[in-house]
Ligand binder design. Structure first.
Ligand code: ATP
Ligand code: MG
Length: 430
């Protein structure tokens, strides 16, 4: 036998047992985004490497260590996208979506990062991203947060915390940077190589370090919040107030700086303790500097991205099983004589009950075997067409889940109304 080929480490198949849950999450996300007036944008998965270097920043984990970068046949350096914001901004500039306009956009798709694979951390993973352009006030940040909070509720997720911080205006960030560099210079001997390099390029990143020794230094580092100017403080206070009046709880986390170059003012993360180390399910903030950094006119911008695999895992932990493919009914065809009539019946039912999910038994089997399949399909009822039914122009409707309901042999019309009633009942229960 030829040797089998396995998928790439950290890149997973999503099997049919799981895709129902994916659809369920995607449907809820899409519904909520549309209710808030967001429109979908779809970008390519491959971009020029330069795009990510210029937006995410050269001295970041993503660009330094995590990108899938390669030369194409023309010798151009291309990369699989590690995130969506850069592409979204590139597309907006390229197609004139920003100038004198306001945009509420979202996208969804795979992202690629060469990280160490573990639970909740993959090399190909899926994000749903939401980006807004042309809104400078904290109101849009409040809207983004309210929208995400509503999504958690509709997904049945409860155990998440909103962590919030302000990085302030670029000016107050600059002032803070000076103070921070002084502090780290005084503790140079305890910094690792990564941090020493960042001391010159972007010292705020050191606050993000995962190295325990550096984290110990960070414990006593000066705090950004003590260096915010008045405009930054006002902006942040308005956001906090809006969240309070909307009843959205948050925790201030002065160490939250986010790993990327392009943030200013508000940054936030939704985190959970239910997923172990990979506890951030959604992260974002304001990034007014990014559009000009990529060659566009100054445009205020704010957005966030959620990690779909982590949300699904959280749903599994908290909300139980949702969104499988169980049909509403399974059609059992008892006997050689009814096969053709059964096919016609199934097509007729699909025409008359457009939202009804019907699975038909194919390739025969004994009555008992077919009933077993019906049960395994998860359907609420079995429809049985045997020779007796065919002769009488009737169908047997046999409930598979509701033991109190009796089996009955009825006309086609009665069967339709029974099925519609049964379906309605299921919907109300969900
Ligand atoms: P982390 O600190 O967990 O590495 P990050 O700050 O690198 O996250 P972002 O770039 O902000 O993550 O991406 C937004 C969200 O995408 C994260 O909050 C997370 O839910 C998800 N995510 C990021 N990287 C991965 C990955 N390698 N595998 C699965 N999900 C991921
Ligand atoms: Mg990361």
């Amino acid at each position: 036998m030829a040797q089998q080929i396995q998928s790439i480490r950290g890149m997973h198949d999503i099997l049919p047992d799981e895709t129902g849950q994916w659809h369920w999450l995607e449907k809820h996300a899409r519904d909520i985004l549309e209710r808030y007036g967001y429109r979908e944008i779809r970008m390519p998965i491959v971009e020029k490497t330069e795009l990510f270097k210029r937006s995410i920043g050269e001295v970041t984990d993503i660009v330094e260590k995590e990108m899938y970068t390669f030369e194409d046949r023309n010798g151009d350096s291309l990369s699989l996208r590690p995130e969506g914001t850069a592409s979204c901004v590139r597309a907006g500039i390229q197609h004139g979506l920003f100038f004198n306009q306001q945009q509420r956009l979202w996208y969804q798709g795979p992202m690629f990062r060469h990280e160490r694979p573990q639970k909740g951390r993959y090399r190909q993973f899926q994000q749903i991203g939401v980006e807004t352009f042309g809104f400078s006030g904290p109101q849009i940040e409040a809207e983004l947060i309210a929208l995400s909070a509503r999504l958690w509720r509709s997904l049945g997720i409860s155990d998440v915390t909103l962590e919030l911080n302000s990085l302030g205006t670029p000016e107050s960030r600059q002032a803070y940077r000076t103070v921070l560099v002084e502090y780290y210079q005084a503790h140079r001997d305890q910094l690792d190589d990564d941090s020493l390099r960042r001391l010159d390029s972007n010292p705020l990143r050191i606050l993000d370090s995962k190295n325990p020794q550096v984290q110990a230094i960070n414990e006593h580092a000066p705090l950004l919040k003590d260096h915010l100017d008045e405009a930054s403080r006002d902006h942040f206070a308005t956001l906090c107030r809006l969240l309070e009046v909307a009843g959205i709880d948050y925790e201030l986390n002065t160490r939250l700086v986010r790993g990327l170059d392009y943030y200013s003012h508000t940054v936030f993360e939704w985190t959970t303790k239910a997923l172990g180390a990979q506890g951030t399910v959604c992260a974002g903030g304001r990034y007014d500097g990014l559009v000009p950094q990529l060659g566009g006119k100054p445009t205020p911008a704010a957005g966030f991205a959620m990690g779909v695999e982590r949300l699904l895992e959280l749903m599994r932990v908290q909300a139980g099983r949702v969104g499988d493919y169980a049909p509403d009914a399974y059609l059992v065809l008892a006997g050689e004589q009814v096969q053709e009539a059964g096919f016609v019946l199934a097509e007729r039912l699909r025409r008359d009950l457009p939202s009804f999910r019907l699975q038909v038994n194919v390739q025969g089997g004994s009555f008992k075997a077919q009933m077993k399949r019906a049960d395994k399909s998860g359907a609420a009822v079995a429809l049985i067409l045997g020779e007796d039914e065919l002769a009488a122009n009737e169908i047997t409707v046999k409930p598979l889940r509701d033991r109190d309901m009796a089996q009955q042999r009825v006309s086609y019309e009665t069967a339709c109304s029974l099925l519609e009633a049964g379906r309605l009942k299921n919907e109300l229960e969900n």
